[in-house]
Design a protein around this ligand. Structure first.
Ligand code: GDP
Ligand code: MG
Length: 293
């Protein structure tokens, strides 16, 4: 077969926290690049996953949820959404079945942008056919986008047609990245995300929103990868909570993270974790920059 045309472009996934953006991106990629937890705001960075086919390349960016910025971290997350509107070819705007409102500022920005936008209504497994018809009618009247698609990202219902629609809007363009590349992020970025996912899963209250993970060593040999991670917390009082009685809590995180890392990296992993207090890191722009926000 002769391939005389090639399509390539950037697809950005936006939407409120917890609507299933990361689940959808992972499903579209067939890879687990973006961390998923039931807690809101787990995705802090734009995560780029690349889907390669013989005659197209799609570069996905998962964004943090659209929030009203309450502190510097949320402000920089919002900036990520606005940046996405500048340099993307297609928008996947994800809402869930029970959502009724989208912040007006975002709505106006998206509709004024002239970027092809697919409104994706997720979690249809939670409603019946009659309810779904009403929901579709509601959004059709409310938001004049190119297309409305209804899916269940979790159960992979109707996710294949999304790919078809994306390809339909994908510009003709040579590949932006080598065809064997899955992501533009280094492995140590995913290592930090995988450890952070376990922190989010294993603690409650303020801890999940007060931790950040930095990888200070990532050394690969023929048989093993040695990873050293620093877990930063916001306040001195959070350190003993994180570590737990006789170090049990942190140990649990370490075991789960190591197993997930071994699966992701396909190699034996030795993981060392260190906890450090970095007061008020979420509010300090300089510290945020240090973490790459
Ligand atoms: P994000 O914050 O928009 O990236 O949302 P996530 O992808 O992290 O998902 C948030 C939560 O919604 C997780 O607990 C997912 O398992 C759940 N979820 C995602 N898609 C679906 C779906 O289609 N149906 C249901 N019932 N839950 C879903
Ligand atoms: Mg997410």
């Amino acid at each position: 077969m002769e391939l005389d045309t090639h399509q390539a472009g950037f697809v950005t996934i936006i939407g409120n926290p917890n609507v299933g953006k990361s689940t959808l991106m992972n499903e579209l990629l067939g890879e687990r690049l973006s961390i998923i937890t039931p807690k809101a705001q787990t995705t802090r960075h734009r995560i780029c996953g690349i889907l390669n086919a013989a005659n197209f390349q799609i570069i996905y960016a998962d964004t943090p949820g659209m929030l009203t910025p309450a502190y510097a971290l949320q402000k920089s997350m919002m900036q990520a959404v606005y940046n996405a509107l500048i340099d993307t070819d297609i928008l996947l705007w994800v809402i869930e079945v029970h959502e009724k409102e989208i912040p007006l500022a975002i709505q106006q920005k998206v509709l004024a942008s002239s970027i092809p936008t697919l409104l994706v209504i997720n979690k249809i497994d939670l409603v019946d056919a009659t309810q779904l018809a009403e929901i579709v009618a509601y959004w059709t009247a409310k938001i004049p986008v190119k297309e409305i698609l209804t899916i269940s990202a979790l159960y992979a219902v109707n996710t294949a047609p999304i790919l078809e629609r994306i390809v339909a809007y994908l510009p003709e363009h040579p590949p932006y990245y080598p065809k064997d590349m899955l992501t533009d992020k280094p492995e140590r970025f995913f290592a930090a995300e995988i450890i952070r996912e376990q922190l989010l899963r294993n603690y409650r209250k303020e801890i999940p929103y007060s931790v950040e993970v930095a990888i200070d060593a990532f050394k690969e040999t023929a048989t093993i990868i040695r990873i050293s991670a620093i877990i930063y917390v916001d306040k001195q009082s959070q350190k003993p909570i994180l570590i737990g009685h006789r170090g049990e809590s942190l140990k649990k995180v370490g075991i789960a993270a190591r197993q997930a890392l071994e699966q992701f990296l396909g190699k034996q992993v030795f993981l060392a974790q260190h906890v450090k207090v970095l007061p008020g890191w979420r509010d300090k722009e300089k510290l945020l920059a240090r973490f790459g926000y």
